[in-house]
Every structure is written in structure tokens, then in C-alpha cells.
Design a protein around this ligand. Structure first.
Ligand SMILES: *Cc1c(COP(=O)(O)O)cnc(C)c1O
Length: 445
């Protein structure tokens, strides 16, 4: 585009502005020049309102700097959904953030045994904790639970048959189906029972010389209610033991121990105690740590899983290992875990404290406090509503919600019948002032 509008400053002129210098120092001269060219084009399209050439150069430099934002940014979660997959699931405990920080900038003994000076395994930081917390003989961590499932099935059942209940062939979100995941591991799926009822006899009849695995998948994000029957993991494990077939239990959310608040959500330790050969779960749902998939169970089968070539393809990274070790250490004391792991703390926080936060926000921005229902999210306990409170703001056309998504401080709430709800259960006390500032700025725009 040619500059027929003579009032526009040149790229070189704008590059001398402090904001452009900052951008050049941060991203390099070429990136800064390109951003300024885009900002100049935008101003050219808008037409000129600014008379003063120096002020215009400053404005264009600031636009160039503002445009150079990373796409991934922090968000204040005011949705009331605790494990929000679109918002990055579990916020990390400070101990985990510190652990990441300690190893992120430099080197770490990720695969070095400091006592012998010989090569170690990144699993050494995690396996003793996984054993202690779950009661299993062995355990490893991989990139996520979907990988844990595919890897386990590939290692234990490739080329052979996996028996699974039709009621558990669910889609875990975003179009990913358990059946298709399992198929990629090279095992043949044998479906038994019906959508609402599967009995032990159904599994028994399906077991033959080709059967390698009985698979149980917790149908996390959906519930079949009414005339239903599923085989308990204790019974399935006993059947597997009798017939010499391994049992894989995908419990999903990573709740370690049964918890009254999460009644009905299968926990890891009972699965191991029931005799599942392998139990797998996510790191960033109710476990409250980084994205990871955990595989625990019998030593021989975990060893086979560790040796499988796919294990290298889904290897957990240094930063996730650090965050996971710190999170697992907090779980050694369940009371301490509840106080220090954000997802557990948020779920268990008394309503009065949540309402107090909602009230502080509402008083400052002129909203009203309303009772709401918070959710666990992440596919866990879809029918569980946790009593919560929100600041409600009239927003008939969603303008305020949109403005809050595009501000310097990003706040995401949920809109219902023309009302924007900022749920305080998923906010921190320290977030209150930020939410208030964001709402005031968004209303002013
Ligand atoms: C969430 C979930 C998965 C997928 O776990 P990711 O960690 O997201 O890969 C698999 N199975 C069950 C039962 C789940 O709930």
C-alpha cells in the first residue's frame, strides 16, 4: 500500500519511539519493523484523526507493541467450572510452580542418579510417590491419560482382544472416542453387554484364547440412569485373576481416595486394592497437577508398558515431571492436600467464603449477588452441583462478556439469559481486585 496520505510517519521514524525500541529489544529489529508496518497500515485504513506527527508516531509504536502479545495468556476463571479443559484444567499448587521454576531455567538431574553418577530414569522422581499414594507395586507417568490408555493397551494387548462394556465406549470430548483410541493401539475391541446393562456373565462369555485384557473405562462425562448395571471393578478383577487375563481400569479424574463431596467418582486407590492389574488416570483433573497420564499397577505389567516403544513417544517432559512430583508430595497428607491443591481447595471451600468474594466484587462494580451451581468439569461428576455464588451483571447482548475477553486482564464468566455471571468459586481472594478492575475497564470501553 502506498502512502498517499502524507501525514503518516515513516517506519524508521516510528522505530525511534520508546515503545518500538522496547519491542525491538524484546523481539528483534525485523519483528518490530513488521509490527510497525502492520500498525501503519491499520492507521491508514482507519483514516487520520491525529494531527500531531509526534503523537501519531508514538501511537503507532504503542499499537505495534500491543499487537505483539503472546496468543496464550492468563485468564481469570469466573465460570464456576473448576477443571475447565478450555481454560487449561487444574491451576497448579504454588509448590508445583516453585518446582517448575527451580528446574526450568537450568539443568536438572532428570535422568542422572546423583548417588552413582550413572544414568537414571525420569520416573525415579515419581514412582516411589505413586507407589506410596496408590498402594500399587509400580507406576509411571506419560504425557496425558489418553496416551496412558493407548500405551497400556498397546503393551498388553496389541494383536489380541480387549473386552469392554458397550456402556463405556464414550467420547471423552472434542470428538475423541475411547473405541478409536483403543483401536490405534492395534488391539481388537470386543464389545459386550448393552448401553445400559452389562453383567459379569457378559464378560465371562467373551473371554477366549485371544483375550488379553478386560478394560473398564469410567464414562466420566455422561451418566446412564434408570435400569442400569455395570460390573464393579472388584468383580472384574476377580474374573481376570480366575481366567488369567489382565484388567485395565481407566478411572479418569485422578481422585486418589474416596471423598464424600465426590461420591460416585471412582478413586485410584480402591481400584488398585480391588486388584486391577493396571489403573490409569489424568494428572490435571482432580489430582490437581500438570497435564500428565499416570499408570500404576502390577510390577510385571508396568515394566512391559515402560519397555514398549510407544513409551518413548509419550514421554513426560522435565517441567511436568517437576510439577507432578511436587503435587504428589502434597497428596501424602490428604488434609494438607485439600488446603494446598487449588482444585481440591476450590471444591471444598465453604459457601460463605465464596459468597463473601462474590459480594466484594458486586459491591465494587454495581452488580447483584446470586446463588449459582459450580461444577467440577473435566468430565468428572457431570451431575454434581456445588453450591456457589456469583456477581450478576446485566449484559443483554454479550458486549460486556466480549469486552472482558479482550482486556488487559482477561476474565471469562458465563452468560445466562442476558446476565453475565462471575462465579466466585473458581476465583481466588487475590483475584477479586483484578476482576473488579477488569469489569470497570470493560464497562468504560
Ligand atoms: C479425561 C479422561 C481421559 C483423557 O485424559 P487426558 O488426560 O485428557 O488425556 C481418558 N479417560 C477418562 C475416563 C477420562 O475421564
Amino acid at each position: 500500500m502506498t502512502s498517499e496520505l502524507g501525514w503518516l510517519p515513516s517506519v524508521d521514524r516510528v522505530l525511534r519511539e520508546p515503545a518500538a525500541q522496547l519491542l525491538a529489544a524484546r523481539a528483534g529489529h525485523d519483528v518490530a519493523a513488521a509490527a510497525i508496518r502492520r500498525a501503519l497500515d491499520a492507521v491508514r485504513l482507519d483514516g487520520g484523526q491525529e494531527e500531531d506527527r509526534d503523537a501519531l508516531a508514538r501511537l503507532i509504536a504503542q499499537r505495534g507493541l500491543a499487537e505483539d502479545q503472546p496468543v496464550l495468556r492468563p485468564v481469570l476463571n469466573a465460570t464456576g467450572v473448576i477443571v475447565h479443559t478450555n481454560l487449561g484444567r487444574a491451576p497448579l499448587p504454588v509448590e508445583a510452580v516453585d518446582a517448575v521454576q527451580r528446574v526450568a531455567r537450568g539443568y536438572a538431574n532428570l535422568e542422572l542418579d546423583l548417588t552413582t553418577g550413572q544414568r537414571g530414569s525420569r520416573q525415579d522422581a515419581l514412582e516411589p510417590l505413586l507407589r506410596e499414594l496408590t498402594g500399587a507395586e509400580a507406576g509411571i507417568a506419560v504425557t496425558n491419560n489418553a496416551a496412558a490408555l493407548v500405551l497400556s493397551v498397546a503393551a498388553l494387548a496389541a494383536g489380541r482382544e480387549v473386552v469392554v462394556s458397550r456402556g463405556q465406549l464414550v467420547e471423552i470430548g472434542d470428538g475423541f472416542r475411547i473405541a478409536e483410541l483403543v483401536a490405534t493401539s492395534g488391539a481388537r475391541l470386543v464389545e459386550v453387554g448393552s448401553t445400559n446393562r452389562t453383567t459379569l456373565a457378559d464378560y465371562e462369555r467373551a473371554i477366549g484364547p485371544e483375550t488379553a485384557l478386560l478394560l473398564r473405562v469410567h464414562p466420566s462425562n455422561f451418566r446412564v440412569v434408570g435400569f442400569t448395571d455395570e460390573v464393579a471393578i472388584v468383580e472384574l478383577a476377580a474374573l481376570g485373576r480366575d481366567r488369567g487375563v489382565a484388567v485395565l481400569d481407566d478411572v479418569g479424574s485422578g481422585l486418589l481416595l474416596p471423598d464424600q463431596l465426590f461420591a460416585g467418582e471412582p478413586a485410584v486407590r480402591p481400584s488398585v486394592e480391588a486388584g486391577a492389574t493396571i489403573t490409569c488416570f489424568s494428572g490435571d483433573k482432580l489430582l490437581g497437577g500438570p497435564q500428565a497420564g499416570l499408570i500404576v499397577g502390577r510390577a510385571a505389567q508396568v515394566a512391559a508398558i515402560r519397555r514398549h516403544p510407544l513409551a518413548r513417544a509419550v514421554r513426560i517432559g522435565k517441567l511436568a515431571t517437576a510439577a507432578l512430583e511436587a503435587t504428589l508430595r502434597l497428596h501424602r497428607d490428604p488434609v494438607h492436600a485439600r488446603a494446598s491443591i487449588p482444585v481440591l481447595r476450590m471444591a471444598h471451600e465453604p459457601l460463605a467464603a465464596v459468597r463473601d468474594r462474590a459480594t466484594r466484587i458486586a459491591d465494587a462494580v454495581g452488580g447483584t449477588v446470586v446463588e449459582t451451581e459450580a461444577r467440577i468439569g473435566g468430565g468428572a461428576l457431570p451431575t454434581l452441583a456445588i453450591a456457589s455464588a456469583a456477581c450478576a451483571l446485566v449484559d443483554p447482548h454479550g458486549m460486556l462478556a466480549a469486552s472482558l475477553r479482550s482486556g488487559a486482564i482477561v476474565v471469562v464468566g458465563r452468560t445466562k439469559d442476558g446476565v453475565l455471571l462471575l462465579d466466585a468459586r473458581t476465583l481466588d481472594d487475590a483475584d477479586v481486585d483484578l476482576v473488579v478492575a477488569a469489569v470497570l475497564a470493560a464497562s468504560a470501553r
